[in-house]
Design a protein around this ligand. Sequence first.
Ligand SMILES: [Zn+2]
Length: 296
Amino acid sequence: MTLTPRVSSAAVATSAAAALLLLTACSGAPPQDDAPADERLDVVTAAYPLQYVTERIAGDDATATSALSAGTDVHEAELAPSQALRLSRADLVVALPGLQAGVDAALSDAAPERVVDVTEAAALDGDDLHFWLDPLRLADVGDEVAGALAAADPDRADGYRQRAAQLRTDLTALDQRYADGLAPCRGASLVTSHEAFGYLADRYGLQQLGVAGLDPEVEPTPARLRAVVEQVQDTGVRTLYFETEATDAVTRALASRLGTATGVLDPMESAREPGADLVATADANLRALTDGLVCS
Ligand SMILES: [Zn+2]
């Protein structure tokens, strides 16, 4: 990575080369911008939650671009050649290996200059990669991203760290709203179409049962469907949750057979629209949970 140093006015006054620059500036050449666009880090992120965190921490000091277009299903997406090229040219890539096969393949081909692997900061438990549904894990990943940005661009380290601290404040407040809102629902069964909500369930004391497993592309087995039916009947589950993006025909059919309501939870794997606010989406999920779970 090359960062062009900024030219200070003192340096201009004392250096002969700069005096020449000054001369060309007087003769009508465009003035030197304080922060030319090509001086900022170009960061590419592997999936929407990483994009959200990186954008918040980058502020105006770096550009953050998602490797995938908004609305792309994170579990099956391939990168277009132009997206793979962008990733290979990035100053920094924020990645979670295993989440996005297209990004993993492009990373092993392209070997960009710097890659932050957030696996450790996310404190992953087994094969479940959906850490961002736990606000406190997401805040830890934010600190990791801020550290990587600061190391790559030390001049702007203070800004990265300040914005990471603000992000942590917002996510800690979100965690508190979840803890308060779900306290009366402790122990409730959370039946979802795709098992993306394990970290959320663990943090707030819910029992998750997915109709499909961790990967929503895999069809549920008859044994799995029987387990769901039993859980609904044994625990008085009132709502089966399905996802915004997926079709979830199985979950809807099951709900109609069991006579339960359906609710919508966004697994936040992709942005429904560019620039979608993750905290607002998480609050909408919380309302859906407190409306549909069995709470005292
Ligand atoms: Zn998923």
